[in-house]
Design a protein around this ligand. Sequence first.
Ligand code: SF4
Length: 305
Amino acid sequence: MIDIIESTRDLLRKQRYQLIGEHSAAKLCHWLKESIMRNRVCYKQKFYGIQSHRCLQMTPAVNWCTQKCLFCWRPVRFTEDVPANVDAPQYIVEQSIKAQRILLSGYQGVLDRIDAKKLEEANNPNNVAISLSGEPTCYPLLSDLINEFKQGGFTTFLVTNGTNPDILEHMDSLPWNLYVTVAAPNKKIYSKLCNPIISDGWERLNETISLFPSLDTQKVMRLTLVKGYNMCEPQEYAKLIEKGSPTYVEMKAYMFVGFSRNRLTIENMPSHEEIRTFAEEIESLCSYKIVNESPESRVVLLSRE
Ligand code: SF4
């Protein structure tokens, strides 16, 4: 079974993905490298207390998705169907940690220029961000995968596009931090920007938002903001936020990276000031207040707490 066709594999390898089994992948996060080399950390360390240099960024669904978002990092034209047989969670966890070590091995040659202690710790990651590429809820054993990471002592982050509410509703093992991406205030903008390949993507996303209050874990609604596309209708975003009642709302700029550069331009990447101004508009329309921000990552955090 070859689920990721060879040309896609080549493209992903060129982007420094370490491919795992038939449908998973890991890649070093920019902020892991910044932490080891320059002692600069990502907003997730600042907001949620995880350590950037011990974060494993991976996906069990590198090329499966229900959407082909204009802002996606991955080569969306290669979106594939989920096959009948998939790799086992234990295998994916073991191989993801191995992949992280392979990706880090190059730093052994520059020990005089990096934080060697952090590098050693990075080889033993303790947080997993299941988010890299593709839609993780397409992997049918996602709950077991999260459980497997938890058994290995990991804190777990999951980022979903919200189009599989049934999967989330029936997960035995929820992630410690559950993100849903909300990249549109209404169906018209959703259809244009998120380009769903299912007919009822917007309705399913709204089902996930309605389900959110009943899920017993820390929840984040992430507004991925693309200038010229979705930085409008703040009152509609405010209604979605109130409906989902998440622990946090992250308003984050689209970043002009990866394959999204073939679909958007650098002008579509908002500045931190533009994100902050839009966050203030939303703050004035709902019960959430700005509680933190990270200009380096162009992200503003809101909460009721
Ligand atoms: S939902 Fe995520 S993986 Fe799927 S196309 Fe959009 S950005 Fe890419």
